[in-house]
Ligand binder design. Sequence first.
Ligand code: SAH
Ligand code: SF4
Length: 350
Amino acid sequence: MSPAPLNLYDLTREQLRVQLVRWGLNPFHCARLWNYLYIELADSFAAMPELPAKVRAQLKAHARLGILATAQETDSSDGFTRKYLLSLDDAAAIETVLMRYTGRVTACISSQVGCAMGCVFCATGQMGYTRHLAAGEIVAQAVHVARALRVAREPRRLRNVVLMGMGEPLHNYESVMHAVDILRDDAGLALGAERITLSTVGVVPGILRLAREKRPVHLAVSLHAATQAERAALVPAARKWPLDELMAACRTYSETTRRRIFYEWTLIEGRNDSAGHARAVGELLRGLPAQVNLIPLNPTAGYAGAPTRSEAARNFQQILAVEFGVRSTVRQRRGIDIAAGCGQLAVAAG
Ligand code: SAH
Ligand code: SF4
C-alpha cells in the first residue's frame, strides 16, 4: 500500500525542502511552492503554473493540499464578524471566525474538535471532546481566512491569529506549536511574534513549557475566579491544576519571557462580577505584568447564567484600575447573533 498523501500544510518550509529531495526533486523549487501555498494561496496544484510539470506530477502523486471545505458561512448583522463551518476529512467539522474589529483582520481558529475541559459556560465544552487537530488543519484555517479575503478582493490581509476557537490549545501542544512555526514563517503568512495569541484554560505544564521554549506567542489565561473553590465550580480543569499552581506558572512565564499575560474573566451576573470579586482578582494580579480581558457572558444552550450589566462591568474595571493599577478592557459583544462569540463555537457530532 502506498503511504497516505502528505498534507502540504503540515510541513514547515525546511520540512518541505527535505521532502522535495525525498521525492527526487530539486529543493530549488521549495521557495516557489511555498510562495504558491502561503502568498498566492493557490487552491490546487493546477493553479501553480510556474512549477515544472514533473514537479506538479510528483506532488499530485504523493501530496495533497489540505484545504478545508466550507460547509456553511454566516455573517453577523454587526458587519464585522463572519463564521465558517469547515469540514474535515473524517466528516468532523470545526468553526473558524473572521473578525474585523480594530481595523485589522483577525482569524479566531480552533485547535481541537470539541474540548475535554468542560467549562460549564462554554458551548465547546458542553459538546465534549472528539479529537485533536493536526498542525495542517490548524494552518488551513488561517489559509482559509486569508484566501477568503483575497477572493473578496479586500484590501486588508490577515494580520492576527487568536487560538481562541474550539478546543484547548495546550492540550494539543505539539500540533499547535508546529502550526505556529508554519504560520510565523516570514516568507509565508508571516504571523510572527506579536501576531499570534494563544488562550489556555490554565494547563500548568503547557504554560511552563511555553516559557521554557520561549515560543513566539502572546499568552492569555482564562481565570474567571480568584479563589480555588469558585474557579473549580466554573472550570473543572482547575481541580487538576489548582489556582496557586497556575499563578506560580504564570509568574514563571512572565519572569522567563518578560511578557505580560492577558487574564480572561467571563463576567457572569451575580456570580463573579461584584466589587469583592474585582478586589480579589486585583490582589491576585498585584505586581504581575497583566492585563485583564473582561468578557460579558455569551449565551450557550447548556448554561443558564446571564451576562453582567455594563454598569457592573465598568465598576469592576474601575476598581482594578484605581485600587490595583491593573489595566482591563471589556470585550465588545460581537457576532452573538450567529453564535460566533467567545465560548459559543460548537458543531453537531459528525
Ligand atoms: N480553551 C481556551 C480558548 C478558547 S475559549 C480557553 O479556555 O482559554 C476563549 C475564551 O472564551 C476563554 O477565556 C473562555 O473561558 C471564554 N468563554 C468560554 N465560554 C464563554 C461564554 N459563554 N461567554 C463568554 N466567554 C466564554
Ligand atoms: Fe475548552 Fe476553553 Fe471552552 Fe473551557 S472555555 S471548555 S477550555 S474551549
